[in-house]
Design a protein around this ligand. Structure first.
Ligand SMILES: [Zn+2]
Length: 306
């Protein structure tokens, strides 16, 4: 049996993780009422078809109606054409850079492009987040409120990973800084951040946190996360998804931001969090000698060299 993970998001929607290649994740959003589903980055059609035909996964009585494509790389967009051939009516959302897209997300502005998935109950906000690629898009799923126990999702592709971010192939540190600020601004409500899952494109979690401990931060919070993720990984479990709140706490690109109103990003907390990086670079305090965007850039450079 293929290993997957299913999370009930609310009374009608489930999220299912479908791993493929060595560390990629495709996500299925399944609507139990309309009997439809959507896929995020289903880039290995043969493997994805195995999941869809596995009776354990409950796809048999449901129809694929949409694909949300995050960016043009083959391990994300590489299944679009295949699925379009199976049914030309499937709506394929993405930037113009990605193959077979028939619902283009506008990239002129960094404001959300809203569309309905399935029915009025499920809204998606798509945001242009250039940096990893010029046309990268992140998708935010916001469910109608029921009783406060429902989960929302951010499908972040290769822009933001659990405890990390994607390589800056077609953008600058300033671009990534803007992307991080965008996600922060969307989840300024702590309770929302705690009820929102970060659904990223790859399982890099243990590697990312090991890098943090070795080069950036070894405060107890970070070492505890490392232990937690190592345990999950050693037991064959997925570390993904984390919550947006966990990223606020753990992710160095979120911690690099200046914000005296947020305890995690106050000058004192930043200095503490980045003490290991200061030591590693032989500097007094990297958080006072670097503006936030430069600090973010240096973390990325250290990761690229790691
Ligand atoms: Zn990529």
């Amino acid at each position: 049996m293929l290993k997957t993970k299913t999370i009930r998001l609310n009374s009608i929607l489930s999220l299912q993780l479908l791993p493929f290649f060595s560390d990629n994740y495709c996500y299925a959003l399944i609507n139990h009422r309309t009997k439809q589903f959507a896929l995020v980055d289903p880039a290995d059609p043969a493997k994805i078809q195995q999941y869809l035909s596995d009776v354990q996964n409950q796809f048999q009585d449901k129809k694929l109606i949409a694909i949300l494509c995050t960016h043009k790389h083959y391990d994300h967009a590489g299944g679009n054409s295949y699925f379009q051939k199976t049914d030309p009516l499937i709506e394929i959302y993405g930037g113009t850079e990605s193959e077979a897209v028939n619902k283009v997300i506008p990239t002129e502005e960094r404001k959300g492009f809203e569309f309905k998935l399935f029915d009025d109950q499920t809204q998606i906000q798509a945001y242009h987040t250039p940096c990893h690629t010029k046309g990268h898009v992140c998708y935010v799923l916001q469910n109608k409120k029921e009783n406060g126990d429902e989960w929302n999702c951010v499908f972040s592709g290769d822009t933001i990973f659990a405890a990390g971010c994607g390589k800056f192939f077609e953008g600058s540190a300033q671009d990534m800084y803007s992307n991080i600020q965008l996600i922060r601004s969307l989840f300024s409500d702590v309770n929302e951040a705690k009820r929102t899952l970060l659904c990223c494109g790859h399982e890099y979690t243990v590697k990312n946190v090991q890098f943090l401990v070795d080069r950036i931060s070894n405060v107890p919070l970070v070492t505890q996360y490392l232990e937690k993720f190592k345990n999950l990984s050693n037991n064959g479990e997925f570390c993904v998804p984390t919550t947006i709140w966990e990223e606020f706490e753990l992710n160095p690109y979120f911690r690099a931001i200046d914000d005296e109103n947020c305890e995690l990003n106050s000058a004192q907390e930043k200095s503490n969090y980045f003490r290991k990086m200061s030591e590693y670079l032989g500097e007094q305090d990297v958080t006072t000698s670097n503006a936030a965007v430069d600090l973010l850039k240096k973390v990325r450079e250290l990761k690229d060299q790691y």
